[in-house]
Design a protein around this ligand. Structure first.
Ligand SMILES: Cc1cc2nc3c(=O)[nH]c(=O)nc-3n(C[C@H](O)[C@H](O)[C@H](O)COP(=O)(O)O)c2cc1C
Length: 194
């Protein structure tokens, strides 16, 4: 077995497509905090994915859907940061996840769910249930709800509330542990921390 030192590939998805999204800022904040340890690619294509239709969801599918699936498949872990809309999961995010159900990109993949919203409880619970049924790895332990998010994360991509910063670091440590464990279970890689 060959040991290589690699930064784990993480794909991060913001459930908000808003230009000045708090969730997008949160992803950037996380990416900056773990820059030496993780290679975080932000998936910006949620609103470009077509509406999910099971008839089109075949192995022949190409284009943006195939590219999305491939990015998920090649990643060592997935981070989702999302607001709640009307007590539910934002439609564009749910649409993207629906494209992965039959092809199982989330199955056994370390996945971290952070809901950063004004309240967020309903959307968080609904998305947890979805992620559970598609077998996202350790999802019960890898989840965090950040309420009144706009007061805790600023537009300079900084987490400005100390407790939130602590909570994010704690959940990220747990996520990285799961990512590293999963990579070594799968075979070939050993990573080092910062
Ligand atoms: C259409 C719409 C519906 C919303 N519904 C809720 C809601 O049910 N619960 C909640 O906590 N926030 C709700 N919000 C507020 C957003 O969650 C909040 O502004 C959040 O910070 C937006 O995240 P973003 O900055 O990443 O876009 C709603 C916002 C919009 C635009």
């Amino acid at each position: 077995m060959k040991n290589t030192i690699v930064r784990k590939k993480i794909i991060a998805i913001s459930g908000s497509t808003r230009l000045r999204s708090t969730n997008h800022s949160l992803i950037k904040a996380i990416s900056e905090l773990y820059v030496g340890q993780l290679d975080v690619a932000i998936f910006n294509g949620l609103s470009e994915l077509p509406h999910f239709n099971p008839d089109d969801d075949t192995s022949q599918i190409g284009g943006k859907v195939a590219n999305f699936k491939q990015q998920l498949k090649r990643s060592d872990g997935i981070i989702i940061c999302t607001p709640e809309y009307a007590h539910g999961v934002p439609g564009t995010l749910k649409n993207a996840i629906d494209w992965t159900v039959s092809s199982c990109e989330f199955s056994h993949k370390p996945t971290l769910l952070i809901t950063a919203s004004t309240d967020g409880r309903y959307g968080h619970k609904a998305l947890l249930e979805t992620l559970k049924v598609i077998e996202a790895k350790n999802i019960d332990q890898l989840q965090l709800l950040i309420q009144f998010a706009k007061t805790k994360i600023n537009s300079d991509n900084k987490i400005i509330d100390n407790k939130t910063l602590e909570d994010v670091k704690e959940i990220m440590n747990r996520f990285i542990e799961t990512v590293n464990e999963t990579a070594s279970e799968n075979g070939s890689e050993i990573s080092i921390g910062r």
